[in-house]
Write a protein that binds this ligand. Structure first.
Ligand SMILES: Cc1ncc(COP(=O)(O)O)c(C=O)c1O
Length: 393
């Protein structure tokens, strides 16, 4: 796979990915020649609308859904927000429930929305426990469902620790009990196949920039017939589910990106899983007081994450950056926050370890040379950071 022209080793593919050249090429005409508003009825608009229809079909087909079940949004965060509020408000309006079940390892896009639904709108929430790998037990979901449960939201692949949840099992339980299930699958599409029917989900969020597509572009999958009230009000775009003139270029780019990863995913996931194991073994064998976080095998193929005892993760990130290695302390969205990650704490990791969280996520351009260079440099950098911490204590 062709490398990007940028120098340095990029191990932050969970934060974002470069846009694939095929994706950029597919998008370009929709900024210039085919610039029409897809809602206009003249020929310029109809041309854009045809491209938008095709994008709905391509994305739907890639995840086992119908075109009518795909809504293009402004990002993954927006897709999560629309899903949760939309279903909660509809349940409230229809007198169908006031209770939401979620987990403490969700991304802020879900966690913040669930808490706002509790704080401002009076929904009852149940936060499920997770085990030491950050996994929800499907039996806990079964036990938590009440007659007034409106929605369960459990993510597919965790952004901070890489653990894959048993969403299919959770989905079967929800189906049996007549409860809707939402999953945040933002981290998954480039590294594992996604089929909304195998997962038994009713709502799902995706984000194009996590799978080699454009930033500022997301997808909300919503099973036909799901009771939903749009949180944004405006025109009837996207079947009224997400009012606002649609970026046809982004929709076309998202469709091109899902095709791009669908064609490469199996081969890349197998290749990356080998590199992931090499990196994990390299780190655990060469550094003292380090632990892998997340599940050792039920984790996304591209994902590694660790905690280093007695180190500030942010300082380690900056020291690695000086060496030309780009990593993250956890979720990109919480970088710069000196507090220990709530996800790591929920997994029972003690604070003095949790403060030293580091995530290294691989992608389609990562090579074995990259991994070997990181394994060679990391022990030295960790030692320097530990020494400096003792000197300045
Ligand atoms: C699991 C998860 N959900 C949602 C998001 C938000 O996606 P976006 O950046 O498109 O808003 C992210 C981004 O890091 C994520 O990792």
């Amino acid at each position: 796979m062709e490398k990007t022209s940028r120098k340095g080793i990029y191990l932050d593919y969970s934060a974002t990915t470069p846009v694939a050249p095929e994706v950029t090429a597919a998008m370009l005409p929709y900024f210039t020649a085919t610039f029409g508003n897809a809602s206009s009825t003249h020929s310029f608009g109809r041309e854009a609308a045809a491209a938008l229809d095709e994008a709905h079909s391509v994305v739907g087909c890639a995840i086992g859904a119908r075109a009518s079940e795909i809504t293009f949004t402004g990002c993954g965060t927006e897709a999560d927000n629309l899903a949760l509020r939309g279903v909660a408000f509809a349940a409230r309006k229809n007198g169908r429930g006031n209770h939401i079940i979620s987990s403490p390892i969700e991304h802020h896009a879900v966690e913040g929305t669930v808490h706002q639904l509790h704080d401002l709108f009076g929904f009852d929430i149940t936060m499920l426990p997770v085990d030491g790998y950050g996994r929800v037990d499907p039996d806990d979901v079964r036990r938590a469902i009440r007659p007034n449960t409106a929605l369960v939201s459990v993510m597919l692949g965790n952004n901070e620790v890489g653990t894959i949840q048993q969403v299919g099992e959770i989905g079967l339980i929800c189906r049996e009990r007549g409860v809707l299930l939402h999953t945040d699958a933002v981290q998954a599409p480039a590294y594992m196949p996604i089929d909304v029917n195998a997962l038994h989900v009713d709502l799902m969020a995706l984000s194009s920039h996590k799978f080699y597509g454009p930033k500022g572009s997301g997808v909300l999958y919503m099973r036909d017939g799901t009771p939903y009230i749009p949180t944004l009000t405006g025109g009837g775009h996207e079947r009224g589910r997400r009012p606002g003139t649609v970026s046809v270029a982004n929709a076309v780019g998202t469709a091109a990106a899902i095709k791009y990863v669908s064609a490469r995913r199996d081969e890349q996931a197998a290749r990356l899983a080998v590199l992931r194991e090499r990196l994990i073994a390299g780190v655990l064998n060469s550094v003292q007081d380090v632990q892998l976080t997340g599940h050792p095998s039920d984790r996304m193929a591209h994902h590694t994450s660790f905690v280093f005892k007695g180190i500030d993760g942010e300082t380690l990130l900056m020291a690695l950056d000086v060496e030309g290695i780009a990593v993250s302390t956890g979720s990109a969205c919480t970088s710069g926050n000196p507090e220990p990650s709530p996800v790591l704490l929920a997994m029972g990791i003690p604070v003095e370890w949790a403060l030293g969280g580091l995530r290294m996520t691989l992608g389609y351009h990562t090579t074995q040379d990259d991994i070997d260079a990181v394994i060679a440099k990391l022990p030295f950098v960790v030692e320097q950071v530990r020494k400096a911490a003792i000197e300045f204590a």
